[in-house]
Design a protein around this ligand. Structure first.
Ligand code: UD1
Ligand code: MG
Length: 449
């Protein structure tokens, strides 16, 4: 039987944050969620998340899964205390207990599997992942005696000589739960932090073994924002490298970010300062950026999006967007269309080969194929209480600075006069115009003087 305990009760004092440490995110996913995801791959029988500081927030962040149980540790008197609480709350201590710190988010399922295998094959009381760090500052130092771990000394309890030891405890342990529960309540907090350390169990158990792995970044613990940013960089590098090997060009890799879920086709060029977030798919031969942000959207083939923002929308093929366009959620832009400078589109559908080139707001609208929306056109979709729809048929020609007071329905091949405020529906092939006729008063300048 395999049980997992994830330690997530601490405040994370060194983060200097009102958010519990394990809820900080890297590449869009919380530290805790990342650790849970890695553990789920092991198909354990049960997972316990030990929550304490702001436990409601931590609990709410956990997906509904009947295998995941939250155990409350109150107060938070150290990692050893967290497991004392677990052993008190859960009565059956059979099998293996894998314990992970909730702040080691990059740990790979393959490393966890290796640890489980190592632990079983050596019939250990406890096995833990260790690594040699060039800068071991902040970590517990692991001292070996022959094949066994003799003890772990926390950074704050190390003397100068002990501090030199580069072998550190990664915070990932496999215990024989039966043996652990026999000694867990003998721990004390006689140390410089006045905390009950889980690491003190090691010298109380007989067969304590170290699985030393190479430090490739996955064992980085997060205690402050510098380490948070290092982990973000490390994840981002591996995501971008994967895309580059699949045929994506990054013009200035360091200034771009890509979510783990994003899919990017071949021969896509990602220009500087561009961010591809959430569940986004960019198809082949697009040029995205510079300075663009695309979230939860689908971008078709051969599109060019520069200096623009796109949320929750569908952009079909051969479309040009920007510079400085904002495509808001639930928009669908059909193939060969063009959205130009300073244009905002929200919850609207634009037919094929249509153009909204300059300074417009198109909201809650359905616009037909091959329609040209003149510069400065606005859909007035809101009466202060409700939103209304604007419909414009295909092949229409909308004059500059037209205001559509929705709800409004225009037929196909309709023309509107520049500067018109359109309040009435109009039929196919009509001209809709509403503006005062120009009056020229002659000699106006002379009269004034
Ligand atoms: C811990 C280890 C250290 C190891 C390092 C690896 C101990 C005593 N030290 O130090 O040997 O090198 O991790 O990253 O275990 N937590 C609780 N309840 C508490 C206190 C903490 O659940 O009462 C949780 C925290 O939320 C965190 C984890 O335990 O996720 C580790 O706590 P942290 O304070 O970060 O320990 P470190 O100082 O990093
Ligand atoms: Mg830590």
């Amino acid at each position: 039987m395999l049980s997992v305990a994830i330690l997530a009760a601490g405040k994370g004092t060194r983060m200097e944050s009102s958010l519990p440490k394990v809820l900080h995110k890297i590449s869009g996913k919380s530290l805790l969620q990342r650790v849970i995801d890695s553990c789920v791959e092991l198909k354990p029988d049960q997972i316990f998340v030990i929550a304490g500081h702001k436990s409601n927030e931590v609990q709410e962040s956990i997906p509904n899964d009947k295998k995941i149980n939250v155990v409350i540790q109150e107060p938070q008197s150290g990692t050893g205390h967290a497991i004392q609480v677990l052993c008190r709350e859960v009565k059956n201590h059979a099998g293996t207990l894998l314990i992970l710190n909730g702040d080691v988010p990059l740990i790979r399922p393959s490393t966890l599997k290796r640890l489980l295998y190592f632990h079983d094959s050596k019939n250990a009381d406890v096995s833990l992942v260790t690594t040699k760090k060039t800068n071991p500052h902040g970590y517990g130092r692991v001292f070996l005696k022959g094949d066994f771990i003799e003890r772990i000394v926390e950074e704050k309890d190390c003397n100068d000589l002990e501090r030199e030891n580069p072998l550190i405890n990664a915070g990932v342990y496999c215990f024989n739960w039966g043996k652990l529960s026999k000694i867990i309540n003998t721990l004390h907090s006689n140390n410089n932090q006045k905390e009950i350390y889980l690491t003190d169990t090691i010298s109380l158990l007989e067969n304590s073994l170290s699985l030393e792995v190479e430090d490739n970044g996955e064992l980085q613990g997060i205690n402050n924002r510098i380490q948070l940013s290092e982990c973000e960089e490390s994840i981002q590098n591996s995501i971008k490298e994967k895309h580059m090997l699949n045929g994506v060009t990054f013009i200035n890799k360091a200034s771009c970010s890509v979510s783990e879920e994003a899919e990017i086709g071949k021969d896509v060029i990602i220009e500087a300062n561009t961010h591809i977030r959430g569940n986004t798919k960019i198809n082949s031969h697009c040029i995205i950026g510079p300075n663009s942000f695309i979230e939860n959207s689908n971008v078709g083939l051969n599109c060019k999006i520069s200096n623009s923002t796109v949320y929750d929308s569908q952009i079909m093929d051969y479309i040009k967007i920007g510079p400085y366009s904002h495509i808001r959620p639930q928009s669908k832009i059909s193939s060969q269309s063009k959205i130009g400078n300073f244009v905002e589109i929200k919850n609207s559908q634009l037919g094929e080969e249509s153009k909204v080139n300059h300074l417009s707001y198109i909201g809650d609208s359905i616009i037909g194929k091959s329609t040209n929306i003149g510069a400065g056109t606005i859909t007035a979709n809101f009466d202060g209480q409700k939103k209304y729809q604007t419909k414009i048929g295909k092949n229409s020609s909308i004059g500059a600075n037209t205001v559509f007071v929705a709800p409004i329905n225009l037929g196909e091949s309709v023309t509107t006069g520049a500067g018109s405020v359109i309040t009435k529906d109009s039929k196919d092939n009509s001209l809709a115009i509403s503006r005062t006729k120009q009056v020229n008063i002659e000699n106006w300048g002379k009269k004034k003087s």
